[in-house]
Design a protein around this ligand. Structure first.
Ligand code: OGA
Ligand code: NI
Length: 418
């Protein structure tokens, strides 16, 4: 059954199932629009050479995990046609949209509300239409038939996005010192297009269009209109991404953080709603094939000394990513159990235990093995001394890796050991 928020016309208050718990609401806080998220001019002719462009992209990818691109070679018409047809789609009568509604994530082309409507505790103020699009000929017949120009417009747009995505990946690869074409083939073989529609909301302080998340794919290209809503989490605070005319917002997904062995980062972001107008965005997610093996690129492992992530199949990452919430609850319980069995150590210790309970349990069981270990929750622990002959306690410290903080990414790809 469809539950489209786009069709909740004239609602005066936010339905209870969309009201976030207190600590998770965006509230009435004014978030500054960020002028510091880099805007990279990809066009030539202004005296900058390619090396300079690469340096800008790499710096932005290290510091923010986000940047915007202008003069990117995608025509204004291609983008504006895409946005128009995206809006038109959600303006169609509910019967026309409902035929595509499905909560089954295996459907190649589907409409859904929020994220996982049937299973989640609170819903998000968003409807989306998503489908695969590369190669176009393979998927086009599965795309919506209405509006009648949908397939034509989206075919042109997705081919352009593929080109832009490949260009950016080539620049990133070159900047990282990887062989040319490194991200071609399997690592970027899939392209998923997602139209997000965030209707005007009677009280934006209570709900979100999308919660704090980092994209699980390789790289994302976002077309947004002139309505603000996207925020990035940087240095402990939210900053708003300013909508710029004819620009794409680019953000790195988890796979780029892993392949770059933590040199580049995938940043957390979220979407807020507003009470006056609907906001429509078109996200293109470029991602590896599900069989593809992901691992830190060899030259970057060499440069760093050791791999920060183990190798895994992309489909394994995806299923861990989806299972994350269940996993969290389980860890919490085990953490508390462990806490009861230890000699205390204050709040700091408790936080560590909650996050790292499984790891700790293992390390206490096999305490003489020194080295690096990483648990499913994202913490990295370095055992710096095992039990000595005199029975000295095992000593460990939490390592700060990749982004300067405990890194949730490991819960999807880390497993137990490096
Ligand atoms: C997403 C996303 C941002 C936006 O779809 O993953 O972060 O502004 N979208 O729609
Ligand atoms: Ni996202």
């Amino acid at each position: 059954m469809e539950n489209l928020v786009s069709k909740m016309i004239n609602v005066e208050s936010v339905q209870e199932s969309y009201v976030l718990p207190l600590g998770k609401r965006p509230g009435k806080l004014i978030v500054p629009l960020c002028k510091t998220i880099p805007v990279v001019n990809l066009g030539g002719g202004d005296g900058r050479d390619q090396t300079e462009i690469i340096q800008q992209i790499l710096k932005a990818s290290q510091e923010f995990g986000f940047f915007q691109v202008i003069n990117h070679g995608v025509s204004v018409k291609t983008s504006s046609d895409m946005l128009s047809v995206a809006k038109e789609f959600f303006e169609m009568p509910v019967e026309d949209i409902a035929t595509l509604y499905s909560d089954d994530s295996k459907q190649i082309c589907r409409v859904c509300t929020s994220i996982d409507y049937d299973k989640e505790e609170v819903h998000y103020w968003r409807d989306s239409l998503r489908h695969l699009c590369h190669p176009v000929e393979e998927y086009m017949h599965l795309w919506p038939q209405k509006p009648t120009i949908y397939r034509e417009v989206v075919a042109t747009y997705s081919v352009e996005m593929r080109k832009l995505g490949s260009r950016l990946l080539d620049l990133i690869g070159e900047g990282l010192g990887l062989e040319s074409g490194y991200f071609g083939d399997e690592l970027s073989s899939e392209e998923l297009l997602m139209i997000n529609n965030y209707p005007a909301c009677p009280d934006p302080s209570l709900t979100l269009g999308l919660p704090k998340h980092s994209d699980p794919n390789l790289i994302t290209l976002l077309l947004q209109e002139d309505v603000y809503g996207l925020q990035v989490f940087k240095d402990g605070q939210w900053i708003g991404i300013e909508p710029l005319p004819n620009a794409f917002v680019v953000n790195l997904g988890h796979q780029l953080q892993i392949i770059s062995n933590g040199m580049l980062r995938s940043a957390d972001h979220r979407v807020v709603t507003n009470s006056s107008v609907a906001r429509t965005t078109v996200a293109t997610f470029i991602h590896p094939s599900s069989e593809c093996i992901i691992e830190p690129a060899k030259p970057l492992v060499k440069a760093h000394g050791s791999p920060l992530y183990r190798a895994f199949q992309y489909k394994e990452f995806n299923s861990n990513y989806r299972a994350k919430i269940k996993d969290k609850r389980w860890r919490l319980e085990l953490g508390l159990l462990l806490l009861l069995g230890t000699d205390g150590g204050g709040i700091g210790r408790m936080v560590e235990l909650l996050d790292c309970s499984l790891l700790l349990l293992w390390s206490l069981a096999a305490p003489t093995r020194e080295g690096w270990y990483r648990d499913r929750s994202g913490a990295v622990m370095e055992v710096v001394a095992g039990y000595g002959d005199d029975g000295a306690a095992v000593s460990w410290r939490w390592r700060d890796i990749a982004v300067g903080k405990r890194n949730p990414l490991h819960s999807y790809c880390g497993g137990w050991f490096k």
